[in-house]
Design a protein around this ligand. Structure first.
Ligand SMILES: Cc1cc2nc3c(=O)[nH]c(=O)nc-3n(C[C@H](O)[C@H](O)[C@H](O)COP(=O)(O)OP(=O)(O)OC[C@H]3O[C@@H](n4cnc5c(N)ncnc54)[C@H](O)[C@@H]3O)c2cc1C
Length: 381
């Protein structure tokens, strides 16, 4: 039996970013991760894009709040830059004029550099694109690729060097509370105790809550598929921005000379080691071939991952309303990597009783936006 101030369940990007900031604040922290590799689930399966105009309002604020950490991480955090230039182009179809206008206007109001493109300007950037059904596009040149491995392992290495403990193959099977302390038992019979539990178990957060006797908040894991596709020999995709359509049914991104393509699927599913479905792969290829002149004879490797959402689409970073020693860090949806530095710092600051960090307050981040008791969690928006 070991005892820590904080037990974090889940060693993905959410758990490890919070672990890093909590250890930095002087807390003794143990992270319990079920898999051999802490990035095995959602964290290791993302499209690795950083965009300040993507996602709901609170996500956009937390992405902006993460930017300086991602550009200038602490000394020794990583040998490689975490961000590298990519850009994103969002294309609009007839009828999506208002959406396009909103992305341009709101993006600029948030300080993002967003440029309007005509169909011809788009075609000049991405020659394979079929512009018959495109009325215009928004180009965010400052959107970035992220080195997810460098970010995740930067958190892990510095967490450990600050005295933190990460235990892998640590499947939390039961959780009890006696005399105000949590006792967590693993599948192998080991037990760990802590004053506070941070529930960062991704798609499994409700399962962890149930084990702890805490009321689940209603997480909905949604499957998303990605397929690698070869680019024809006469097409030079090098340096293309990520291209996504505004109705979120397709995006593609150049990746080492090939294309990573996703049908942007959002199929609700039980939490498990999710794999791509044949039908989703076929849909991906069909949509790519409709949107571009690229002929795909044989898709390359494919994978699927879970993006976990609450009913209102916003994440939760807060103590449970009924138990102020059980902290939820969950529902990061499709934005958990790009928001991780700010989400980890925020969680650590709230847990340590220090309130919202100043730089986030300046961006308008409120406790209510990330609250576990906000009414939209129970009623939906
Ligand atoms: C296809 C795809 C594309 C994406 N693209 C982007 C993108 O471009 N940008 C972006 O920012 N985000 C993106 N995301 C979202 C991002 O990957 C997630 O938001 C993020 O990884 C969530 O991190 P997490 O730590 O909460 O979850 P996870 O990485 O899933 O970590 C949770 C961990 O909890 C552990 N766990 C669960 N139950 C137990 C238990 N009983 N005992 C011990 N451990 C347990 C699991 O093993 C797991 O490792 C994408 C996701 C997908 C699937």
């Amino acid at each position: 039996m070991t005892h820590s101030d904080i037990l974090i369940i889940g060693g993905g990007i959410a758990g490890m970013s919070a672990a890093f900031f909590l250890a930095k604040a002087g807390k003794s922290v143990t992270v319990l991760e079920r898999e051999d590799q802490p990035g095995y689930h959602s964290t290791g399966r993302s499209a690795a894009l950083y965009s300040e105009t993507y996602g709901p309002k609170i996500i956009r604020k937390m992405s902006t709040a993460s930017r300086s950490f991602l550009i200038t991480p602490p000394d020794g955090f990583t040998e490689n830059p975490i961000l590298s230039p990519r850009g994103i182009i969002m294309t609009a179809a007839p009828g999506e004029e208002a959406k396009l206008d909103a992305i341009l206007t709101e993006g600029r109001a948030n300080g993002a550099n967003v440029i309007a493109l005509t169909p011809d300007e788009l075609k000049a950037r991405i020659p394979v694109i079929n512009t018959d059904l495109i009325i215009g596009a928004a180009h965010e040149p400052d959107a970035m690729d992220m080195d997810v491995h460098a970010l995740h392992w930067g958190f892990i290495r510095q967490f450990k060097s600050q005295g933190g403990t990460l235990i892998t193959k640590a499947d939390v099977s039961s959780i009890t509370k006696t005399d105000g302390k949590w006792h967590v038992t693993l599948g192998n019979g080991q037990t760990h105790s802590g004053d506070i539990i941070v529930n960062a178990a991704g798609a499994w957060v409700d399962d962890i809550a149930t084990k702890a006797g805490v009321k689940p908040l209603g997480i909905i894991p949604k499957r998303r598929t990605a397929v690698m596709v070869d680019v024809p020999a006469d097409v030079n995709a090098h340096g293309w921005p990520l291209v996504a359509n505004m109705d979120e049914t397709l995006y593609f991104k150049e990746d080492a000379g090939r294309l990573l393509v996703s049908p942007a699927d959002t199929t609700p599913t039980e939490p498990h080691d999710v794999q791509p479905e044949e039908l989703d792969i076929a849909i991906t290829i069909d949509r790519l071939m409709t949107a571009t002149s690229i002929e795909v004879r044989r898709p390359g490797e494919s994978w699927a991952g879970l993006r976990s959402f609450f009913k209102d689409g916003d994440p939760v970073s807060d103590f449970d309303p009924a138990d102020n020693s059980f902290y939820w860090l969950a529902g990061q949806g499709g934005y958990g990597i790009q928001t991780a530095p700010a989400m980890g710092e925020y969680a650590a600051s709230i847990i340590c009783g220090n309130g919202i960090p100043d730089h986030m307050q300046k961006l308008g981040v409120t406790k209510d936006a990330l609250s576990a008791s906000r009414s939209s969690l129970t009623t939906g928006k």
